[in-house]
Design a protein around this ligand. Structure first.
Ligand code: OGA
Ligand code: MN
Length: 308
């Protein structure tokens, strides 16, 4: 317990994630509270703030303290009047879905497809699906600092200073092709808004100084400037390495949880193991890394921080 703030940060024990107790996020954070949250996310990568009661506006205001909120290029299921807040849900009203029903259901890093990469994604659970008294629809996280640290030296050498190309359409089309997602194909305007971008494969984390592996099977297409067969083999190795059980933390949701994760440190995956009569309702606000990365480097050249 911190004397100054009354906040208790309780690590999960898995090497990733902590519970942050004693904060009411409906009220603006003061500087000391903000610093405690930033230090906790730098140390633990995923933070759970239990038992919150928030309006969408309050979710937006809390999230905004950590970076500029993103308006998702999918353009669907935005909170009316507050497009930075998106609704994730399998609930239907009058035969129409109230939210995106299958967000994030395979390993990915939010917004690695974006010129300005994401720092945090902030999800607030209003309804958690249940069966036989157990929560469904968990979210899994894998620790990319641990994944980097445990890479063989020759692979570390191979990826040092390299970039990979990430493409929004890779995940979107995978969901349509392999998971029967009802999402429509991207329009030409959506594709033009999010063209493929390059990011370093190794980041030096701006908060912790640790090296992290910045690659994910959701969006990473190929290693730039590398023979395609060699790139395919290298990415296949990284994609297998990075999701080993020893790096994974599972978040089982409780209604009222606010979950905030660091996309520079983790990859994640939503588990769609619940049915249409088991309602899930989550509101989300994700913020860019424009506040935490050195000025002007939040985009392609988060690389600047790699060599810093
Ligand atoms: C996301 C996401 C996971 C979940 O919103 O980016 O991956 O469990 N969501 O809903
Ligand atoms: Mn996601």
């Amino acid at each position: 317990m911190s004397e100054a703030t009354g906040i208790r940060v309780v690590p999960s024990g898995t090497g990733l994630a902590a519970s942050v107790e004693g904060l009411d996020l409906s009220r603006p954070l003061d500087e000391a509270q903000w610093q405690t949250v930033i230090d906790a996310i730098a140390a633990h990568g995923v933070l759970r703030f239990p038992a919150q009661q928030l309006t969408s506006q309050q979710l937006f205001e809390f999230s905004s303290r950590f970076g500029t909120p993103e308006i998702n290029v999918g353009g669907m299921f935005q909170e009316p009047g507050l497009p930075q807040v998106m609704i994730l849900s399998n609930i239907q009203r009058d035969g129409k879905p109230v939210g995106i029903g299958d967000a994030g259901q395979d390993w990915h890093t939010d917004m690695s497809y974006s010129g300005t990469v994401a720092f945090a994604n902030v999800l607030y659970a209003l309804e958690v699906p249940q069966r036989d008294g157990q929560p469904l629809g968990e979210t899994r996280f894998s620790d990319m600092a641990a994944a980097y640290d445990t890479l063989p030296d020759d692979v570390k050498a191979k990826i040092e200073g390299r970039t990979a190309t990430h493409d929004f359409e890779k995940f979107w089309e995978m969901m349509r092709r392999e998971k029967g997602s009802p999402r429509p194909p991207l329009t030409a305007a959506q594709r033009a808004a999010k063209p493929p971008v390059s990011h370093p494969l190794v980041m030096r984390h701006p908060l912790s100084g640790r090296r992290t592996l910045y690659a994910n099977p959701g969006y990473a297409m190929f290693v730039d400037g590398m023979d395609r067969a060699e790139s395919d083999a290298l990415l296949a190795f990284l994609f297998e390495h990075q999701v080993q059980q020893r790096f994974v933390h599972v978040h089982r949701w409780t209604k009222g949880d606010l979950l905030m994760w660091d996309n520079l440190r983790t990859i994640h995956k939503a588990i769609g193991d619940y049915g249409p009569t088991e309602p899930r309702l989550i509101k989300r606000c994700q913020v860019m890394a424009d506040k935490v990365l050195p000025q002007g480097t939040a985009g392609a050249a988060a690389s600047a921080s790699v060599h810093a």
